[in-house]
Design a protein around this ligand. Structure first.
Ligand code: NAD
Ligand code: ZN
Ligand code: ZN
Length: 235
């Protein structure tokens, strides 16, 4: 939660005014942009007709202001906004990863497919706990299975770049989340978020191992979808 900024103020920061809405539908509520928002929920009052539609400044997609505020209120309200059409991120996206530890070190062995370098081992550790307001069932416990989880990257230039970006993702709480595991079906548990990790070292029995020539590029794409790129992380 951002102090002193109402959801409407946050959303408006990323919007340009639209005087004459186009003859298109708002893809959030499926109603005409020229008409009122189809969103009938609580908490959004006093939006004047003059500012009822906004254009997202970077990507140009247009929505009812009231629809964007409703979407923002449904998320974790971290001051960032993601365009539901093209996924452009405004501000800094963060997640709901529970507290824990991320560590890494280099081990003197090569991964299958990366014979010319050593290996970075990342160790994630998250203990079970109680869900916060940002989780699916606030106040209820969550479990944490299979921790510490060990993950592997080649200690190459690109592997080290991925590591730097994963450290940023960890700080922004984007590596894990709390939800239902698609592997075990267990709910209210710590699960991987949308950034793939390799958890097998010398074999590939689960499909989460090496060799996988596209892995580092895939991870860079997945990090980009979370708003994390090298350009953005350099001073
Ligand atoms: P999940 O099953 O909901 O899957 C989320 C994402 O993680 C998917 O993209 C999936 O492809 C990926 N994923 C699934 N298994 C993976 C693995 N072994 N290594 C790397 N990525 C994996 O997410 P989840 O429940 O967090 O992942 C399940 C994995 O967690 C298990 O395979 C295991 O490694 C660990 N786990 C261990 C125990 C245990 O008791 N030891 C229990 C549950 C989960
Ligand atoms: Zn709408
Ligand atoms: Zn967009």
């Amino acid at each position: 939660a951002r102090k002193g900024k109402t959801p409407e103020e946050v959303v408006k920061r990323y919007l340009q005014k639209v005087r004459n809405p186009p003859e298109e539908d708002c893809t959030i509520c499926m109603e005409a942009l020229a008409g009122p928002s189809g969103y009938k929920g609580p908490g959004v009052g006093g939006i004047s007709r003059a500012e009822s539609v906004g254009r997202l400044a970077q990507c140009g997609h247009q929505y009812h202001l009231q629809c964007l505020v409703a979407m923002y209120n449904n998320g974790n309200k971290d001051g960032s906004l993601q365009c539901p059409t093209c996924k452009t991120i405004y501000g800094v996206k963060t997640g709901n990863q529970p507290p824990g530890k991320m560590e890494y070190h280099v081990i003197p062995h090569s991964l299958p497919g990366h014979p010319d370098c050593k290996t970075i081992r990342i160790i994630y550790n998250i203990p079970p706990g109680i869900q916060g307001p940002e989780h699916p069932s606030p106040g209820k416990p969550f479990t944490a299975r299979g921790f510490p989880r060990h993950c592997y990257l080649p200690d190459s230039e690109k592997g080290r770049k991925v590591l730097r970006l994963l450290l940023v993702a960890w700080d922004r709480r984007l590596i894990f989340s709390v939800g239902t595991s698609s592997t075990t079906g267990e709910s209210d548990t710590v699960i991987w978020n949308e950034v793939h990790h390799k958890t097998e070292f010398g074999s590939n029995l689960t499909g989460h191992g090496y060799p996988d020539p596209g892995h580092l590029d895939n991870v860079l794409e997945e990090l980009k979808a979370q708003g994390i790129t090298e350009e953005e992380c350099l001073p």
